[in-house]
Design a protein around this ligand. Sequence first.
Ligand code: SF4
Length: 344
Amino acid sequence: MLRVEHLFKYYPVTAGLLKRKVADVRAVDGVSFEVGQEETFALAGESGCGKTTVVRSIARLVDPDGGQVLLKTDLLKEYHDAEGWLDLATLPARETKAVRRELQVVFQDPDSSLNPRFTIRNIVGEPLVVHRLGGRREIAERVDELLRLVGLDSSHLNRFPHELSGGQKQRVGIARALALQPKLILADEPVSALDMSIQGQILNLIEDLRDKLGLTMLFIAHDLSVLSHISERMGVMYVGNLVEVGATTALFRKPLHPYSEALLTAIPQPDPKRKVERVILEGQVPSPLNKPSGCPFHPRCPYRQQRCEAEVPELRLLGQDRLVACHFAEELDLRGSLQSDVMG
Ligand code: SF4
């Protein structure tokens, strides 16, 4: 359904009165992955690793600097390539509105993504009005239906976002994203701004809707325990690059990249009697303005060797379906997370 190939997004850093470019923030630095029809693919990694820029580039909320974002769709056939893919990265800006019918974003923070001056009726109905999908009565009926779908009702219609709880606001954000009946949902940390007690409810709602509506999903989170339940496959990002991609259960059980190991062993375990020895990383995540030479993870990697400082590891296939960017992935015997036991 979605193929992202060698996606780049650099933000220029300028200086002086003439605003001369002095450097680039390499937010996304050649990222490739695929998401199958009705599959949920997750992107994990610490804040600032480029996950959100990937989402924003796919949705054309920012224009990518290079690469392809290929979508299988029946829309805009005049722009399809010979294999029937539509490249969103090079699609003229005037055509991106049409693509919103196939692809919608659920944002992290409902407080900043919902217009505070609009009632819930107007927020959920807005995409239907913009795309001229029905008259007043049809739109009112569809808004009612969408609110019921996300567990709200008509008593919320005339309220404003500030009158709702965080969880209710995120339900409104999900209802709005579903208004145009998209096939692909880009969920950008949809529960990280919510209280822990609400996160599970919203995750269950997203999972139920995905199964009921047959949605394909790209799900972003920095909390790996969230991803373990919702995604079939996942990718781990570090300063703008993917360092590992594979089936979620297999990756949790046996990571092959040292950075994945550190993230997975940091997950709190459900059974306090069973312990996983945590891998604590030295130092801070490097700035994408000044990426280390060779393997970008080498200054923090407990397994680094001389070669790592000079040579960039390619993302390469190991076994049937694991991709790993580490020179020594075959030799390392890394620890996984006990979460994989819970997942079965
Ligand atoms: Fe660590 Fe070297 Fe592998 Fe990078 S290539 S993850 S520094 S062992």
